[in-house]
Design a protein around this ligand. Structure first.
Ligand SMILES: NC(=O)C[C@H](N)C(=O)O
Length: 349
């Protein structure tokens, strides 16, 4: 009898030791369509940022087998209303969670309209090389075949995997994994809303498994100088999109309003027409950083090609599209106003 008891005890002990302790995943909710509510399941009309995080978690069967889940509501907005204030709040909370070892991974639920911007901002400012995965949905939580629960399940799966501590935030959508730096929303309404025009996805999440094919090269997290701890605002940077025969009204108005930087969404290889070249040169003379991006969704803007950056005093944003370049310029301006240093940032982060 004694031997049987000892045997039973040792089996229980061994099983207990080997029973996998689930990773602790913290879900930080900011709103978006993933928390959206429509009047009926079969019509497209809805309002983003309505449901609380507990409802989103409850709508994901099996998520409690992937990780030990907890949720916090950071905000509840359609991400067309995302703000620098919410970014700073998110950055602060993520750094605090990892500093205090409150979680093994973090998932952010977020609207898709500005998800690509928040993802890049956090890639550059979170001080830990630990999993931060962002996701959302194209259909509201109340819609037929809502895509939010599956995207959230996949995001938690990636955050819980040992492979997610990549450099920077990773964006999971429609079973694809993108870096926060390269992900861009390229469909206004369809489920395959995100692509990465220059580099494509770095992996996939399918059937509860993560498959990664590439490792990001650009520096992120603690490998950047962009520690914004203690900052409550960021230097204002505006975007000016160009088009045929565009006047210099926008650049001149932003200069008059006191912005610290301007990103141009130029034509082709980031080209500016004559009036906007003159306006850019005059802005630089007034101490405003002007970075040339392009409205063209893929490729990169190169120095000294059709535009004489030396003469204008402008810099180029490499392969960053305007809305991404604005973020790097904002953060760069927290460190320096020297155009040479700012240019280096665009070739490094
Ligand atoms: N699919 C979405 O999330 C769109 C919504 N306007 C948002 O960005 O919050």
């Amino acid at each position: 009898m004694k031997n049987l008891f000892t045997l039973l005890l040792s089996v229980l002990l061994v099983t207990g030791i080997y029973a996998q302790k689930l990773p602790r995943i913290k879900i930080l909710a900011t709103g978006g369509t993933i928390a959206g509510q429509g009047a009926s399941a079969d019509r497209s009309a809805y309002t983003a940022g309505q449901l609380p995080i507990k409802d989103l978690i409850a709508a994901v069967p099996g998520i409690d087998k992937v990780a030990e889940i907890s949720g916090e509501q950071i905000s509840n907005v359609g991400s067309q209303d995302m703000t620098v204030d919410i970014w700073i709040k998110l950055n602060k909370r993520i750094n605090e969670i990892y500093k205090n070892n409150e979680a093994d991974g973090i998932v952010i639920t977020h609207g898709t309209d500005t998800q690509e911007e928040t993802a890049y901002f956090l890639s550059l400012t979170v001080r830990y090389d630990k999993p931060v995965i962002i996701t959302g949905s194209m259909r509201p939580a109340t819609a037929i075949s809502a895509d939010g629960p599956k995207n959230l399940y996949d995001a938690v799966t990636l955050a819980a995997s040992k492979q997610a501590a990549h450099s920077g935030v990773l964006l999971v959508f429609n079973e694809y994994i993108f870096t926060g730096r390269s992900a861009v929303k390229t469909s206004t309404t369809h489920l395959n809303a995100f692509t990465a025009p220059n580099n494509g996805p770095i992996g996939q999440v399918y059937d509860g498994k993560v498959i990664l094919y590439e490792t990001p090269v650009r520096k992120a997290n603690k490998n950047t100088p962009f520690d914004i701890t203690g900052l409550t605002t960021l230097p204002e940077v505006a975007i000016v999109e160009l088009y045929a025969d565009a006047p210099a009204t926008a650049i001149n108005a932003y200069v008059a309003s006191g912005v610290k930087g301007i990103v141009t969404g130029g034509l082709g290889n980031g080209n500016l027409n004559k009036v906007n070249s003159d306006a850019a040169a005059s802005a630089v003379k007034k101490g405003i950083a002007v970075a040339r991006a392009s409205r063209v969704p893929s490729g990169r803007v190169t120095l000294f090609d059709e535009t004489d950056d030396q003469k204008l005093g402008t810099i180029v944003t490499d392969d960053l599209i305007p809305q991404k370049a604005r973020i790097l310029l904002m953060l760069g301006l927290t460190q320096t106003s020297d155009s040479k240093k700012l240019q280096e940032y665009f070739f490094e982060y």
